[in-house]
Design a protein. Structure first.
Length: 147
Protein backbone atom coordinates (compact mmCIF):
# COMPACT_ATOMS: atom_id res chain seq x y z
CA UNK A 1 0.00 0.00 0.00
CA UNK A 2 1.44 3.34 -1.08
CA UNK A 3 0.43 6.72 0.30
CA UNK A 4 1.32 10.10 -1.17
CA UNK A 5 1.43 13.07 1.22
CA UNK A 6 1.02 16.45 -0.44
CA UNK A 7 1.86 19.72 1.27
CA UNK A 8 0.83 22.94 -0.43
CA UNK A 9 2.10 26.52 -0.37
CA UNK A 10 3.93 27.99 2.62
CA UNK A 11 4.03 24.68 4.46
CA UNK A 12 7.77 24.56 3.80
CA UNK A 13 7.92 27.33 6.42
CA UNK A 14 6.34 25.26 9.19
CA UNK A 15 8.16 25.73 12.47
CA UNK A 16 8.77 29.42 11.88
CA UNK A 17 5.48 30.39 10.19
CA UNK A 18 2.87 31.73 12.65
CA UNK A 19 3.82 29.13 15.30
CA UNK A 20 0.85 30.11 17.46
CA UNK A 21 -1.40 28.79 14.71
CA UNK A 22 0.66 26.10 13.07
CA UNK A 23 2.95 24.86 15.85
CA UNK A 24 6.69 24.53 16.18
CA UNK A 25 7.36 21.37 14.16
CA UNK A 26 9.19 21.77 10.87
CA UNK A 27 7.93 20.07 7.73
CA UNK A 28 10.96 17.76 7.81
CA UNK A 29 10.03 16.69 11.35
CA UNK A 30 6.43 16.04 10.34
CA UNK A 31 7.53 14.01 7.32
CA UNK A 32 9.96 12.00 9.47
CA UNK A 33 7.26 11.22 12.04
CA UNK A 34 4.80 10.29 9.27
CA UNK A 35 7.39 7.94 7.77
CA UNK A 36 7.91 6.23 11.15
CA UNK A 37 4.19 5.77 11.56
CA UNK A 38 3.82 4.50 7.99
CA UNK A 39 6.50 1.90 8.70
CA UNK A 40 4.56 0.68 11.75
CA UNK A 41 1.38 0.52 9.66
CA UNK A 42 3.24 -1.37 6.93
CA UNK A 43 2.69 1.19 4.18
CA UNK A 44 5.03 3.03 1.82
CA UNK A 45 5.01 6.80 2.13
CA UNK A 46 6.14 9.54 -0.24
CA UNK A 47 6.02 13.21 0.78
CA UNK A 48 6.01 16.18 -1.58
CA UNK A 49 5.73 19.91 -0.97
CA UNK A 50 5.34 22.71 -3.48
CA UNK A 51 4.39 26.35 -3.42
CA UNK A 52 3.20 26.04 -7.02
CA UNK A 53 -0.28 24.97 -7.97
CA UNK A 54 0.78 23.44 -11.30
CA UNK A 55 3.54 21.42 -9.67
CA UNK A 56 0.99 19.98 -7.25
CA UNK A 57 -1.30 19.16 -10.19
CA UNK A 58 1.63 17.41 -11.91
CA UNK A 59 2.40 15.40 -8.76
CA UNK A 60 -1.23 14.32 -8.39
CA UNK A 61 -1.34 13.21 -12.03
CA UNK A 62 1.88 11.25 -11.50
CA UNK A 63 0.29 9.45 -8.55
CA UNK A 64 -1.98 7.51 -10.86
CA UNK A 65 -0.65 3.95 -10.70
CA UNK A 66 2.03 4.95 -8.17
CA UNK A 67 -0.11 5.51 -5.07
CA UNK A 68 -3.20 3.97 -3.53
CA UNK A 69 -4.27 6.98 -1.49
CA UNK A 70 -3.44 10.62 -0.89
CA UNK A 71 -3.20 12.89 2.15
CA UNK A 72 -3.42 16.51 1.17
CA UNK A 73 -2.90 19.70 3.07
CA UNK A 74 -3.33 22.04 0.14
CA UNK A 75 -2.82 25.15 2.30
CA UNK A 76 -4.45 28.21 0.76
CA UNK A 77 -5.10 26.36 -2.51
CA UNK A 78 -7.77 24.42 -0.60
CA UNK A 79 -9.91 27.52 -0.75
CA UNK A 80 -9.22 28.51 -4.36
CA UNK A 81 -8.10 25.66 -6.58
CA UNK A 82 -10.47 24.06 -9.05
CA UNK A 83 -7.31 22.70 -10.74
CA UNK A 84 -6.33 20.64 -7.68
CA UNK A 85 -9.89 19.39 -7.33
CA UNK A 86 -9.97 18.35 -10.98
CA UNK A 87 -6.61 16.59 -10.71
CA UNK A 88 -7.75 14.63 -7.65
CA UNK A 89 -10.98 13.64 -9.38
CA UNK A 90 -9.07 12.72 -12.54
CA UNK A 91 -6.78 10.23 -10.79
CA UNK A 92 -9.74 9.02 -8.72
CA UNK A 93 -7.60 8.03 -5.74
CA UNK A 94 -9.14 8.17 -2.27
CA UNK A 95 -7.89 11.22 -0.42
CA UNK A 96 -8.13 12.85 2.99
CA UNK A 97 -8.05 16.65 3.26
CA UNK A 98 -6.31 17.91 6.34
CA UNK A 99 -5.29 21.12 8.04
CA UNK A 100 -3.19 21.87 11.07
CA UNK A 101 -5.48 24.69 12.17
CA UNK A 102 -9.24 24.60 12.65
CA UNK A 103 -10.17 26.41 9.45
CA UNK A 104 -13.79 26.67 10.63
CA UNK A 105 -12.74 28.86 13.55
CA UNK A 106 -10.91 31.30 11.26
CA UNK A 107 -11.74 33.74 8.46
CA UNK A 108 -14.84 32.99 6.43
CA UNK A 109 -12.85 32.46 3.22
CA UNK A 110 -11.11 29.47 4.85
CA UNK A 111 -14.43 27.74 5.32
CA UNK A 112 -14.77 27.10 1.60
CA UNK A 113 -12.96 24.02 0.33
CA UNK A 114 -12.82 22.91 -3.28
CA UNK A 115 -11.64 19.49 -2.12
CA UNK A 116 -13.76 18.54 0.88
CA UNK A 117 -16.96 17.23 -0.71
CA UNK A 118 -15.11 14.54 -2.67
CA UNK A 119 -12.66 13.61 0.10
CA UNK A 120 -12.99 10.48 2.22
CA UNK A 121 -13.07 12.95 5.09
CA UNK A 122 -11.56 16.15 6.42
CA UNK A 123 -9.41 16.46 9.54
CA UNK A 124 -8.49 19.86 10.91
CA UNK A 125 -7.57 21.64 14.09
CA UNK A 126 -5.29 19.08 15.73
CA UNK A 127 -1.95 20.57 14.76
CA UNK A 128 0.57 17.97 13.60
CA UNK A 129 -1.76 15.25 14.89
CA UNK A 130 -4.08 16.13 11.96
CA UNK A 131 -1.46 14.51 9.71
CA UNK A 132 -1.19 11.39 11.87
CA UNK A 133 -4.97 11.01 12.17
CA UNK A 134 -5.31 11.46 8.42
CA UNK A 135 -2.70 8.75 7.80
CA UNK A 136 -4.57 6.32 10.05
CA UNK A 137 -7.83 7.21 8.33
CA UNK A 138 -6.64 6.61 4.78
CA UNK A 139 -4.78 3.42 5.68
CA UNK A 140 -7.80 2.13 7.62
CA UNK A 141 -10.00 2.85 4.62
CA UNK A 142 -7.66 1.08 2.17
CA UNK A 143 -7.17 -1.95 4.43
CA UNK A 144 -10.94 -2.33 4.89
CA UNK A 145 -11.45 -2.05 1.13
CA UNK A 146 -8.78 -4.67 0.38
CA UNK A 147 -10.22 -7.27 2.74
C1 LIG B 1 -3.81 25.36 6.47
C2 LIG B 1 -5.02 26.28 6.53
C3 LIG B 1 -5.12 27.15 5.30
O1 LIG B 1 -6.25 28.00 5.38
C4 LIG B 1 -3.87 28.02 5.17
O2 LIG B 1 -3.93 28.79 3.99
C5 LIG B 1 -2.63 27.22 5.24
C6 LIG B 1 -2.52 26.15 6.24
C7 LIG B 1 -3.62 24.53 7.75
O3 LIG B 1 -2.92 23.53 7.70
O4 LIG B 1 -4.16 24.89 8.79
O5 LIG B 1 -1.66 27.48 4.53
O6 LIG B 1 -4.00 24.45 5.40
Amino acid sequence: MRILVLHGPNLNLLGSREPGLYGSHSLAEINAELSQRALLLGVELTCYQSNHEGALVDRIQQASGEADGILINAGAYTHTSIALRDALLAVALPYVELHLSNVHAREEFRQTSYLADRALGVICGFGVASYYLALEAVVGHLKAKNQ
